[in-house]
Every structure is written in structure tokens, then in C-alpha cells.
Design a protein around this ligand. Structure first.
Ligand code: ADP
Ligand code: ASP
Ligand code: MG
Length: 434
């Protein structure tokens, strides 16, 4: 039995956190593959090493003095090495990196050094072999993971070393140059390694007692979810519950490898188990999530419903501007296309003009939309839930701008004005989950 064990930046912020990690790893001999993020925040006012590295890169690029930031970065690594009394000569790795700092240092490479150096410290501390992610996680040139090659390399490394620490968040193109995953991507690294070795469990250790039923930055003390399906987690994380990267489930889901989200600061707590099927039928709603900054292109034209191909023509325009569409709520002679604001920031006026000209329709833009997802595997076929949701929002005087429910009835998506987002979330949490 094998376990991939991933620790996030919050579990790796200082020597005390490193000590907790060591205790956890040593408590179970199955924890043979350890994945680490870069050193995270020590407290709320602190800055993650990854963010400092991005800032460092910007300073280098624009030729602004960068010495202070470099000092902040290197001193954090040196402090951990000295506090833990490690033998790894991090000073010389830091010196060589310092020599590479110049205008043209690739951003992905520089930022990946956060995970690289953290993993080197951790491998020394645990007595596990350091295996560089650039020698394992392989990308095709189009940016997709080359699973066949990655699996071959991971299996080979594991059979050679048996116990290893791997830095998360990056891999390499076929020519060896480093490529980052998207932010929070160490979760995905852990999932890829779990898949490649077909382990029995993927543990993801962080700073909360599990997946919480709502964002703890908005809801005070939300309850931790005991069990959740891959699909539910995917819905929640896609809709903003960024405790796990939204791509985390895919690699392990195909092999039905459960993920156990656990709290490094409270290792005895069972955390959340994420798996294919959950039998528990107790809770109607599993959790809530949401995101601000959506816009809706509202399109209307008389007799639109009789015009075959109307929707396709509209969507072709969004495709042309490379905008991925989130929802398309529709009326008889109207429909709206809901997309994240970030996707149309630069092209909104062109899109509106083209929609008007091509469709000969009226087009307006509502740029004040927050989306809220109510997710639950037990919601399907349950009568009265929508009534309860609308009643709750109505009592709080929250106007519902749009509504969408997929055929699986796994989630209900509600669009509200951004100013109503927090109150909508709080009132729904009280009614459905508290
Ligand atoms: P790590 O450093 O371990 O990768 P992250 O910061 O990426 O940790 O994710 C953990 C954080 O996610 C929590 O501290 C919490 O503030 C935030 N979060 C947002 N939504 C949720 C949720 N639904 N459940 C748990 N945590 C959440
Ligand atoms: N350190 C990276 C980030 O801050 C990756 C991760 O934490 O998973 O995004
Ligand atoms: Mg994370």
C-alpha cells in the first residue's frame, strides 16, 4: 500500500511547520512519496515565497532594484536550514541562483525555484531522496501533460529511490525547459504522481480541517464536509472553493483513488474523504461556493426563437475571441451569455459590435454579476429546494438575476448583484447547512 502525501505552503511556512510535516510522514510508513509546495505565509500579513518570486521576476524584467526582495526570499530559506540544523548546502544553491538573476531569466524557471528549494530542504530533513519535478512531470509542447512519459519516469524513479520528495507546481517541456502549472498547481502534481503509481490514497495536507461547506473567509466557522464525491468537489472548486486546485480530481478519478484532505495543524482530525461514490444520504446540500466578476451579454430579437442557427452564430463570435462561456440562460426571444469578466476585459466592445451586426439583435452588457453554486449529490429529485432558496434570498431582499441547473441536478447556479454576494451566501448557508 502506497500513499502520496502533499503538503501545501501553509504547512511549510517555518521550521515549526516542517517539524509537524516530519511527524506526519514518519507516523505512517506508507507515506513514501512526499510532494511540497513553496514556503507559504507564516501569518496573514506575510507573503508566500511564490508571490515574492513573481515580484522578483517583475523587478528584474523592468530593471528595478531587486536586492531587497532577493534578500527576503533567501533569508526565509536560510532561516529554516539553520533552525533545523540541516546539512544541505542551500547557500551554494542560492548563490548560483543569484548569479542567474537577470532581465531574461524565464519567469517559470525562477518561480519554480520556490518549490525546488523547499523540496531540497524537506528531503534533507526527512532523509528522503530529492527527485526534481522537471525529470518527472513531462509536458507536450502544447502544454498538456504527457502522461505516458510521465508515468514511465515516475515509476522508474520510485523503483530506484523508494522514498522521495518531489517539488510540486512544475514540470518540463521535451527540451528540458521548466513549465509551471497554474497557481495552486502542487495539488495537481500530487494527483498526477498518485495516478502514475496507482497508489491507494492521495493525502493533501493543508491548514483547514477539510473541505468546508462554504468559504471560511465569508462564513464564520463553516462545518467541514466528511465525505464528498469527485464531481461535487469539481463543482465546488470550479466555482471558487479554491482549497484544492480545480484540476486535482481528474488524474485520480479515473483510477478511483480517494483523496483525503487533512489539517497539518490537527492531524488526528479525519478531514474530508473525496471519492467516487458516497453512500451517506443525510445532507441535502453538500456545500456552497461562488465567484464574483462575471458579466452577462443580454441578447434579444423578436422571433429569435424561429431563427434556426441563431445561438450558434452568437457563440461563434465568442469562440472567435477565445472566450469560454459559462452559462446561457434563455427566454423565448432573449438569451444571455454569461462569462467571467477576465475573459472579455480586452474584447468586450468588439464582441458587442459583432453580436449586434451579425445577429441584428439588441445587445446589452450587465457587468455586475456574482455566481453562487449550491452543490449536493442528494439534491436530485428533491422537491421544494428551489422554493426554499428563493424564499431565503427574497427575505434578504436579494434579487436573482439568473438561474441555471444542469441535467444531473448536482448543482444550482444563481446569479446575483455583486453587492448581494456575501449576504446571499450567508443566508443560504444558515438555511441549508447550519
Ligand atoms: P495550501 O497552502 O495548503 O495549498 P491553500 O491556501 O491553497 O492551502 O488552500 C487552503 C485555503 O483555502 C484555506 O486556508 C481557506 O482559506 C481556503 N478556502 C476557500 N474555500 C474553502 C473551502 N470551501 N473549504 C476549505 N478551505 C477553503
Ligand atoms: N506555490 C504555488 C502557488 O502559490 C503552487 C501551490 O501552492 O500549489 O500557487
Ligand atoms: Mg493550495
Amino acid at each position: 500500500m502506497l500513499v502520496v502525501t502533499k503538503f501545501g505552503g501553509s504547512s511549510l511556512s517555518c521550521a515549526t511547520q516542517f517539524a509537524k510535516v516530519k511527524k506526519i510522514v514518519e507516523a505512517d510508513a506508507k507515506r513514501k512519496i512526499v510532494v511540497v509546495s513553496a514556503l507559504g505565509k507564516r501569518d496573514t500579513s506575510d507573503t508566500k515565497i511564490t508571490d515574492l518570486l513573481y515580484i522578483l521576476h517583475a523587478h528584474l524584467k523592468y530593471g528595478v532594484p531587486y536586492e531587497d526582495i532577493w534578500e527576503m526570499i533567501s533569508s526565509r530559506f536560510l532561516k529554516i536550514k539553520s533552525e533545523l540544523n540541516l546539512s544541505y548546502d542551500i547557500k551554494s544553491d542560492l548563490n548560483s541562483l543569484e548569479k542567474e538573476l537577470n532581465k531574461s531569466i524565464p519567469e517559470d524557471y525562477l518561480v519554480s525555484r520556490g518549490e525546488y528549494l523547499t523540496a531540497k530542504l524537506m528531503s534533507d530533513y526527512l532523509g528522503y531522496t530529492f527527485v526534481d519535478a522537471k525529470d518527472l512531470i513531462s509536458f507536450h509542447y502544447d502544454g498538456k501533460i504527457d502522461y505516458a512519459l510521465t508515468e514511465k519516469k515516475v515509476r522508474l524513479a520510485f523503483s530506484e529511490y523508494g522514498i522521495m520528495v518531489v517539488p510540486g507546481f512544475y514540470g518540463a517541456y521535451p527540451n528540458g525547459s521548466v513549465k509551471l502549472l497554474s497557481r495552486g498547481g502542487s495539488d495537481v502534481t500530487g494527483s498526477i504522481l498518485a495516478k502514475c503509481l496507482n497508489v491507494s490514497l492521495y493525502e493533501n495536507w493543508t491548514d483547514v480541517p477539510g473541505i468546508l461547506a462554504a468559504d471560511p473567509r465569508i462564513i464564520e466557522n463553516p462545518k467541514a464536509i466528511k465525505e464528498i464525491t469527485y464531481e461535487e468537489l469539481r463543482e465546488l472548486s470550479y466555482m471558487g472553493a479554491n482549497v484544492l486546485h480545480e484540476e486535482t480530481v481528474f488524474p485520480v478519478q479515473s483510477l478511483n483513488i480517494p483523496i483525503n484532505l487533512k489539517n497539518t495543524n490537527d492531524p488526528e482530525h479525519p478531514g474530508t474523504l473525496i471519492k467516487n461514490v458516497c453512500d451517506d444520504k443525510v445532507d441535502l446540500v453538500t456545500g456552497l461556493a461562488g465567484k464574483k466578476s462575471f458579466v452577462s451579454f443580454n441578447i434579444s430579437k423578436n422571433h429569435m426563437s424561429n431563427e434556426v442557427g441563431f445561438l450558434r452564430k452568437a457563440l461563434t463570435i465568442f469562440e472567435k475571441y477565445q472566450v469560454s462561456v459559462e452559462h446561457i440562460p434563455s427566454g423565448i426571444d432573449t438569451f444571455s451569455v454569461v462569462v467571467p469578466y477576465s475573459e472579455i476585459e480586452k474584447s468586450q466592445y468588439e464582441i458587442i459590435t459583432e453580436l449586434k451586426n451579425t445577429l441584428e439583435a439588441e445587445v446589452s452588457l450587465d457587468d455586475d454579476i456574482a455566481l453562487l453554486a449550491i452543490v449536493g449529490r442528494n439534491m436530485a429529485g428533491k422537491k421544494g429546494l428551489c422554493g426554499l432558496i428563493f424564499q431565503t434570498l427574497g427575505e434578504e431582499k436579494v434579487n436573482v438575476k439568473l438561474l441555471a441547473q444542469g441535467p444531473s441536478e448536482l448543482n444550482i447556479i444563481i446569479g446575483v448583484s455583486q453587492k448581494d454576494y456575501e449576504i446571499a451566501l450567508k443566508s443560504l448557508y444558515q438555511k441549508l447547512l447550519a
